[in-house]
Design a protein around this ligand. Structure first.
Ligand code: COA
Length: 351
């Protein structure tokens, strides 16, 4: 008896590349200076500037939430892309509006994208790069043709206001990009996003309470356990090592040498970490773009916010304005531990 013929696998065209075609950033208007923090904490403008590079940061008002930041950044990114539509919204955040459900569906709805696929990504300060990889995957799989990738954090809502080690660093903001299906050789096409993690060191940076291990029971959690906690000095060393290694891998993957990189857009954790990464990679510090002096550490939002402000040519960005054709290296590190990097040719965007 002849064997039954199996149907052949359907012929599929090559997977499309994800091409960055829009960018937007948003910070809340309320500015908090080092002088203001020094009035209520045992710290000083001099300590904060010299140890972190931060002069001021932005903070949401009571009653505002992460989705408010995300919607503003998302709207600006869609506008920059020239189209108001997207069929997926990926939101990276550490400070969702509530533990359940995710914040992305509400953000999509408020942007007029009701019906789009929408979900949150939790990878703290590396959240934008993880979300970017997720968006790239949706496009490659054919699940979406246009993806709005947003990273938004309202870190001041989980910071212990009495902890001078974190309260002077972390701040609120949002950034977003639009990805569209396109070809791998177009400017803005994403290459591989290099990603990694080390959960053995999860306790270096954490919010211990409020999840399934240390549950919200209605009784108060042990003091400070609902706040964000960080062992700064050990984290510092990990940050430099992992961002440098991921950067090397991303640049090699793009077929570049480190010397080819025009601009480094690194997670704005601390100006000294940025300098140490540049030193480790033997890149001149003038290739680093930075806005940490004026916005602080905005968590996952920091890379897309910096991209948006550098695209706009804001004077608060050191290192200059982004230009079409710039070879960009993006890299981030944060809680998890988690890290990542990717390289791309900056596209010609309006504005
Ligand atoms: N003002 C004044 N003194 C402060 C202070 C502040 N805001 N914060 C900490 N200090 C003190 C500490 O209490 C300590 O005092 P001691 O020596 O008497 O114990 C001293 O300054 C040094 O503390 P240390 O934590 O070693 O300082 P540091 O130079 O490492 O800087 C950070 C602290 C948090 C700025 C730095 O470690 C850092 O940026 N870490 C990594 C952040 C990061 O990458 N996070 C992950 C991604 S978001």
């Amino acid at each position: 008896m002849a064997a039954a013929r199996r149907p052949a696998a359907p012929a599929r065209p090559p997977a499309p590349a994800a091409v960055l075609c829009g960018v937007g950033g948003w910070v809340p208007p309320r500015e908090v200076t080092n002088a203001e923090l020094s009035r209520r904490l045992d710290t000083s403008d001099e300590w904060i500037r010299s140890r972190t590079g931060i002069r001021e940061r932005r903070m949401i008002n009571p009653g505002e939430a992460t989705s408010d930041l995300a919607v503003e950044a998302g709207r600006l990114a869609l506008k920059s892309s020239g189209e108001a539509d997207a069929d997926a919204v990926v939101l990276a955040t550490t400070t969702p509006d509530r533990p359940c459900p995710g914040t992305a569906p509400e953000v999509a709805h408020r942007l007029g994208l009701t019906g789009a696929a929408a979900f949150d990504v939790s990878a703290v300060c590396t959240g934008f790069l993880y979300a970017l990889a997720a968006g790239q995957g949706l496009i490659a799989a054919g699940t979406a043709r246009r993806v709005l990738v947003i990273a938004a954090d309202a870190f001041t809502t989980i910071i212990d206001p009495a902890d001078r080690g974190t309260a002077v660093i972390f701040a609120d903001g949002a950034g977003a990009v639009v990805l569209r299906a396109g070809g791998p050789d177009e400017p803005g096409a994403l290459g591989r996003v290099v990603l990694g993690s080390d959960g053995e060191r999860a306790e270096l940076i954490q919010v211990p309470a409020g999840g399934s291990r240390q549950r919200s029971t209605g009784r108060p959690a042990p003091a400070r356990d609902h706040y964000f906690q960080m062992r700064g000095r050990e984290t510092f060393r990990q940050a430099v090592g992992h961002m440098s290694a991921a950067s090397r891998a991303a640049v090699a993957d793009a077929g570049w040498r480190l010397a080819d990189v025009d601009r480094v857009v690194a997670h704005q954790a601390n100006a000294r970490i940025l300098a140490a990464v540049a030193d480790e990679l033997e890149l001149a510090e003038d290739r680093l773009l930075s806005n940490i002096a004026h916005v602080g550490n905005t968590g996952g939002a920091s890379i897309p916010l910096l991209l948006a402000q550098a695209q706009e040519g804001l004077p608060s960005v050191s290192g200059g304005r982004l230009a079409a054709g710039d070879r960009l290296l993006l890299t981030a590190f944060g809680a998890g531990l988690a890290w990542g990097a990717t390289a791309l040719l900056w596209p010609d965007l309006p504005g």
